[in-house]
Design a protein around this ligand. Structure first.
Ligand code: DC
Length: 224
């Protein structure tokens, strides 16, 4: 049994899990794994190299050889082959490609080991779709974070505008619905709560309220 504690935060796009996972990791001094950023980077890398996301063999080779590094404790910056792709991976194209490569079982397998390597003392906060169900089934605390699709679209809109990235609300809503559908319906690692996950609906809650709730659940579980 791996003694390093893990908190998993899974949920659909725009549920706030990325920001919340970052805050929880910061407060506990834990490492952060933004697994969506790995899928996004694989999608962008395949695009840059002209690899079709349906070409499994080439995609797997690429996934295994990806030279990718994250900024301090995994927050914000993503470097691919020495190039800062932090903005590229958050674009509409980056989201779309991530969802496509995420539906390919061999690509998921190729990223699996890489995700396990983030489990380092004193602990890990991992956010994604299958962190609690597939990658870290022995996590100490599993959260499934949801919010209504319209609230999630509003949040994503604000996030993009704040970052200086062009956005259109009706388009974002349609894209979110399509991405939810693809993530939920795919046969491998679909987006679904782990049996032992705590389900939190953040529609009416602030980021800080959700963060506090997760921290208090974790401290109740670990007796700290
Ligand atoms: O969390 P995110 O929005 O950055 O994720 C982008 C896409 O990556 C999402 O549509 C599906 C895929 N993904 C996945 O399949 N498995 C994960 N653990 C994380 C993300």
């Amino acid at each position: 049994m791996n003694p390093v504690p893990v908190i998993t935060i899974d949920g659909p796009s725009g549920s706030g899990k990325g920001t919340i996972a970052g805050q929880v990791a910061e407060r506990l001094g834990f490492t952060l794994l933004d697994s969506g950023a790995l899928y996004r980077t694989l999608g962008i890398a395949s695009h840059k190299q002209g690899i079709d996301t349906a070409d499994e063999q080439q995609l797997v080779c690429l996934a295994r050889s990806l030279d990718i590094s994250f900024g301090k404790r995994g927050l914000g910056t993503v470097i691919l082959n020495g190039e800062d792709v932090s903005k590229d991976i958050r674009t509409k194209l980056g989201s779309h490609l991530a969802s496509l490569v995420g539906a390919i079982p061999a690509a998921r397998d190729a990223l699996f080991e890489r995700q396990l390597q983030f489990r380092q003392a004193p602990g890990l906060v991992a956010d994604g779709r299958d962190m609690g169900t597939v990658v870290f089934p022995d996590a100490k605390l599993k959260i499934f974070l949801t919010a209504s699709v319209s609230e999630r679209a509003q949040r994503r809109y604000k996030q993009l505008i704040d970052k200086g990235i062009d956005a259109n609300l009706p388009d974002l809503l349609a894209e979110l619905k399509e991405r939810d559908r693809r993530d939920i319906e795919r046969p491998i690692s679909p987006l679904k709560p782990a049996k032992d996950a705590l389900i939190l609906d953040s529609t009416e809650l602030t980021i800080d309220q959700v963060t506090e709730q997760i921290l208090s659940e974790f401290s109740a579980k670990t007796g700290t």
